[in-house]
Ligand binder design. Structure first.
Ligand code: CA
Length: 233
């Protein structure tokens, strides 16, 4: 199958030397990187690009890392993105506060870059299993990326390559709402001329293929926001 785009990591950190260290090492390991030097900028970039992982510094000027984390987890667009917090203080109470706010993991400064990369990789794999070529299921929908096949309730769903990629994106994060721009970025990473309406057309085809007699339509259209794979509504 055509490989999905490289994972993107958003680094939210105000210290230039830290930013450079992280950027250099993530890029060397095959990630795309985005950088925000303060919390507000971090929130904007997270919403606009929906990265696969956010590295978030605890000590930021103005909006603190904790507050950024809280807002990311309250926003429907960004809530599913895993957050790895960096903290200079190793105190347990901070760690607990951070985890309460929704941070998914913690690394205490000064950290080993190797360890941080290993944790980052594991977090991305957990949140987006499809990138590692596994068989992924959500409800009665199953996607086998090695065989390039999708099933509903055990029955093969016939999908074109674009619809397959769309379903791969959706099933990696069920319940998450994707804007058409975000889908464009993921499904057509190298096509710059694709119209947003093309996204609607392919989502429509995917919906038709996946909707079987007597079964619910799992693709939710969220007005003014986008689409989501969601069996719970
Ligand atoms: Ca800092």
């Amino acid at each position: 199958m055509a490989s999905l785009s490289q994972p993107t990591v958003l680094i939210v950190e105000d210290e230039t030397s830290q930013v450079e260290l992280l950027k250099f090492n993530f890029e060397k390991s095959g990630y795309n990187t985005l950088v925000a030097m303060d919390g507000e900028e971090g929130l904007l970039q997270a919403e606009e690009h929906t990265p696969d992982l956010i590295i978030l510094d605890w000590m930021l000027p103005e909006l603190s890392g904790i507050e950024v984390c809280r807002r990311l987890k309250r926003n429907e667009t960004t809530r599913a993105i895993p957050i790895l917090m960096l903290t200079a203080r190793g105190e347990e109470s901070d760690k607990i506060r951070g985890l309460d706010t929704g941070a998914d993991d913690f690394v205490v400064k000064p950290y080993s870059v190797k360890e941080l990369l290993a944790r980052a990789r594991a977090m991305i794999r957990r949140s987006n299993p499809i990138q590692s070529g596994e068989v992924v299921s959500y409800g009665d929908i199953t996607l086998d990326s090695d065989q390039h096949k999708a099933f509903r309730d055990g029955k093969l769903i016939k999908l074109g390559p674009t619809e397959f990629r769309l379903l791969s994106v959706f099933i990696g994060r069920p319940g998450r709402v994707w804007s058409r721009d975000q889908l464009l970025e993921r499904v057509w990473p190298h096509d710059l001329d694709i119209d947003l309406r093309t996204v609607d057309v392919h989502v429509g085809r995917l919906r038709k293929a996946i909707k079987q007699p007597g079964k619910t339509d799992p693709i939710r259209t969220v007005r003014a926001a986008g689409y989501s794979l969601d069996l719970d509504v």
